[in-house]
Design a protein around this ligand. Sequence first.
Ligand code: SAM
Ligand code: SF4
Length: 325
Amino acid sequence: MLIDNHGRVINYLRLSVTDNCNMRCQYCMPAEGIAFSTSKELLTWDEMFLLASTFVELGIKKIRITGGEPFVRKGLMEFLHKLAAVEGLEDISITTNATLIGEHIAALKKLNILNINVSMDSLDKERFNTITRRDYFDVVLNNVHRLLQNGFNVKINCVIMGGQNTDDIIPFINFANDYKVDVRFLEEMPFNGHSTGFDNLEWDYKKIMGVIQSRFDAIHPIPSVVGSTSENYIIDNRKGSFGIIPSFSRTFCGTCNRVRLSAKGELQTCLYTNESISLKKVVTENMNAQTVKPLIIKAIASRFKDGFEAEEKTIFKKSMSLIGG
Ligand code: SAM
Ligand code: SF4
C-alpha cells in the first residue's frame, strides 16, 4: 500500500498517454497549440505499461487514462487491452473529449471499461465550437448518446467560464434530468499554457451553486467517496446528478489519493506544482520494475500538504493537456 507523508493512502493514478490533442479548448491551450512532445520524448507503450503495472504492484487500484486527447495516440486500444488484464487493478476509466471514441465503443464495453468522463463545455453548438476552437459539437453529442445507450457510466465535465458558458449551467442540469448522466461543473484553473495565474476567480463553486439554487429547491447532497474532488448533489425526481469540482478553491486536498504520470514519464504528486520526477530515463535504460519502485515510493513520501503549499513554488505556465487534468 502506498501512504504519503501526510498519512493519505494513494491508490489512484492519472495516466496521461499523450499531450497532443485535436481540440484547442480556450481554458487548456492557446489557439496555436503548445510544444507537443516528439515521439522520442514520449514513453513508449511498453514503458508506460511497465510503469502502470508497477504502480499497481505498489497499491494503485484505479487508473484514469487522460491526455491531451487519449484517442489521438495510435495503439491506445492495444494498451488498454493489456492494462485490463493487470491483476489488482480494479478500475480503468477514461477522460476524453469524445470526438474519436465512437469507433471504440464496442471494444471498450468488451474490456469492461465503462467509466467515461467527457469534456463538454456547452450544449449550444456555437458556444461549444467557440470554446473548443473546433467544429465537433455534433460528433461529441452523438457519442455521448451512444455511450449512454450502451450502458456506460458517463460524466460530463464542464469548465465554467465567466462571459462564455455560464448560461449552460441550467441546460446541463436539465440534461441530467433527461439522461442518466452526472454533470460536473469545474472551476476554471489558470492552466491554459500562457497564464500567469489568477488572483481570484469570479465563477467559483459558490457562484455556480447559487445559480442552481436560484432555480431548484429539492437539492440533496450525495455522500462523497473518499478521494472524490467533487461535491455531488441530486435533485428530486432526476435521472442523473450534478457535482461541482472546486479545482481553483481546492477544498479537497485533505483526502487526496492521486498521483499523475505524464506522457513523458514525469511523476507529479500534486496538480498545483510544476515539480516532477522523470521516470522516462530510468525505464528506457532499464526496463525493470525494481529500479523504478524506490523512486515512486520516495516521491510519494515527500508530497506537499495541499495545493496551496505546492503553488508557492509554481509558475502557472503549463497547459492542462500536459498534466491531464
Ligand atoms: N482531452 C481530454 C478531455 O478534454 O477530456 C482529456 C484531457 S483534459 C486536459 C482533462 C480535463 O481537464 C478535462 O475535463 C478538462 O475539462 C479539464 N481542464 C483542462 N483545462 C482546465 C482548466 N484550465 N481548468 C479546469 N479544468 C481544466
Ligand atoms: Fe484537448 Fe482536453 Fe485540452 Fe480540450 S481540455 S484542448 S480536449 S486536452
